[in-house]
Design a protein around this ligand. Structure first.
Ligand SMILES: Nc1ncnc2c1ncn2[C@@H]1O[C@H](COP(=O)(O)OP(=O)(O)OP(=O)(O)O)[C@@H](O)[C@H]1O
Length: 563
């Protein structure tokens, strides 16, 4: 269109000189208006198509990224900081949403415009103009190469992740940071990271200005050379000369912006590349595998571990070494061992958060690696070390899938002693103050409005509602007082009388009356027997663990174990 407009201006300006039957100004203005209207409509449609396409691409990419990150294996979440993930969803998507379509559209438009300019100069001016155009092109190309090399768009993105990470971590740990009087240190660190992140931006604009200055110089040369050519070529008409000069002046501008847009496009594509990297992460195994296990699986809760070896990543050493054991249906087993002996890893392996590198886990005759993750995880219950409660209401926390009646939920809360048993005498003021009586009571982010012990009890109530055949508890009552722990212990034994229970415990009282205890030592089973049998053997590790609790506690433990 600009070429058409300029061409028409040339025709118009040359008409009175070159032809006898020149038309009136209304004719020329009308044609010029039509050309301009076409140009405007064309640009509007072009940008509409471009932005609709951009938004569609963004949606597709966002969906893929979200699925990629949500279904990525646990190792990814272990090793990649939240800041990096947030950066992909934030800054990188901003690039795809807003700058990518614009850069793409304008790059194409400017490239076409530059091409049209080159062609018109050549057609109108002949071969000398063509050679000048090629020389100018080479000059610009050289500048563009330096510009592209020096404007590394990824630097801005890469330095943003530590900023996000630090922001998140500092906000989450603000009380600890203040308690240690480290606020100013963190502020300084944060400002350092902001500087590091702002640096590439500053230099990018420096390079932009360099490019403009360089191209302006080139522009002067081009206009000068064309002016000289016009002067020494008397055969060129005044309108053609004006046309060539007008284009020479605009071409520098066009190419300047073309180069900046192409480099911008390159940088926007870096964002796409980064999003694609996370969208194509190795996912966890499938949710469902046909044939699916029977709906009633596991009916008994028999567990068999055969030669089980677990490691967190191929490059890391084994954490569990060739474990072989069997747990009978309905058996209650306590798992003990020093810190780092692999207790939590064993618990996680039942849910395939870490996959066995060797061996297998069989529950009721079914190798758990042969079934889908949803089927597996919905049939077992884990109460993890770190109680996870999401924001919402008490009801949505306890009954995530909206499956239970209010009465059932209250019953579960009663069983974990968050509300007193039916018929118990209560002070009306306490009744009103007890948040657990109201299922619509708000639960803030991460359950911050509850104590850790209360959160553990909420997780326990959730498990009671679900009531599965296999229950794994990882220090589930570590933050609960002794008296409540004992009451919970009783509840668990009643509610899960038919279920197999594996309990990781630091408090020996929790597991002392269990059927058997397994003592792990550096990822190997050191002892696996009845607590009373192990207590009778003064050389056993279990005996020394109990003995280490002190004289009084040791005699209580012995009594509880029936020794
Ligand atoms: N996500 C992880 N990535 C890599 N190694 C891990 C990971 N989690 C645990 N480990 C390693 O596995 C070993 C066993 O850890 P695990 O958490 O199973 O011990 P634990 O007996 O449960 O300890 P604790 O009693 O402190 O909870 C440790 O040496 C630890 O370094």
């Amino acid at each position: 269109s600009p070429v058409l407009e300029n061409w028409w201006l040339k025709v118009w300006s040359g008409s009175s000189l070159e032809s006898a039957d020149a038309k009136g100004p209304v004719f020329y203005i009308t044609v010029y208006a039509i050309i301009t209207t076409i140009r405007l409509t064309d640009a509007t449609v072009w940008f509409f198509i471009l932005y609709s396409g951009g938004i569609h691409a963004s949606r597709v990419l966002h969906k893929r990224l979200l699925e990629g990150v949500l279904f990525a294996n646990i190792r990814f979440h272990d090793t990649v900081s939240r800041g990096r993930v947030l950066n992909r969803f934030g800054k990188d998507f901003e690039g795809v949403d807003s700058t990518l379509p614009d850069n793409f559209g304008r790059s194409v438009m400017l490239a076409l415009s530059a091409l049209a300019t080159f062609i018109s100069i050549t057609v109108v001016g002949g071969l000398p103009f063509f050679f000048v155009a090629v020389a100018v092109g080479a000059l610009y190309y050289n500048g563009a190469k330096v510009y592209s090399r020096d404007t590394d768009g990824s630097a801005e993105s890469v330095t943003k992740s530590p900023l996000y990470s630090m922001y998140g971590e500092t906000i989450a740990g603000v009380t600890v940071v203040r308690a240690f009087g480290a606020s100013s240190k963190y502020l300084r660190d944060m400002l350092c990271r902001v500087d590091t992140n702002a640096n590439p931006f500053y230099w990018r604009w420096g390079v932009n200005r360099w490019l403009s200055a360089r191209f302006d110089q080139a522009s002067s040369v081009v206009v000068g050379v064309i002016g000289l050519l016009i002067v020494i070529t008397p055969s060129i008409s005044a309108s053609t000369a004006g046309f060539a000069l007008a284009f020479a002046a605009t071409i520098t501008n066009t190419i300047n912006f073309l180069v900046r847009r192409i480099v911008g496009l390159e940088q926007s594509m870096v964002a796409v590349e980064r999003i694609k990297e996370y969208a194509e992460l190795k996912p966890e195994p499938p949710e469902f595998i046909e044939p699916r296990p029977p709906a009633s699986w596991p009916t008994k809760g028999e567990i068999k571990c055969e030669d089980l070896c677990i490691r967190y990543a191929p490059e890391l050493p084994d954490v569990l070494h060739n474990l072989n054991f069997e747990i009978r249906a309905g058996e209650k087993v306590g798992i003990l061992g020093r810190t780092g002996s692999g207790k939590s890893t064993l618990a996680l392996s039942f849910f395939r958060f870490v996959e066995p590198t060797q061996g297998r886990i069989v529950i009721d005759g079914l190798d758990i690696c042969t079934i889908g993750l949803t089927d597996l995880r919905s049939k077992l219950t884990i109460i993890p070390q770190d109680p996870t409660v999401l924001s919402g209401t008490l009801r949505s926390t306890l009954d995530v899938f909206n499956e239970y009646e209010d009465a059932e939920i209250f019953e579960a809360l009663r069983r974990v002693h968050l509300i007193p048993p039916d018929g118990a005498e209560e002070d009306p003021e306490i009744v009103n103050a007890n948040a657990f009586r109201n299922l619509d009571c708000p639960v803030s982010e991460g359950g911050e409005n509850f104590s850790t012990g209360e959160k553990q009890l909420l997780c326990m109530a959730r498990a009671i509602l679900k009531r599965t055949r296999v229950l794994v508890m990882d220090e589930a009552t570590a933050s609960v007082d002794y008296a409540t722990d004992e009451l919970i212990g009783k509840t668990i034994r009643q509610e899960f009388a038919q279920s197999t229970i594996l309990t990781i415990a630091h408090r020996l009282r929790t597991v002392i009356d269990y059927d058997r205890v397994m003592v792990l030592d550096q990822g190997r089973i050191a002892e696996f027997d009845k607590p009373s049998t192990l207590l009778k053997d003064s050389t056993s590790m279990f005996y020394s663990l109990c003995n280490a609790t002190g004289k009084t506690e040791f005699s209580v433990l012995k009594k509880m174990a029936g020794v």
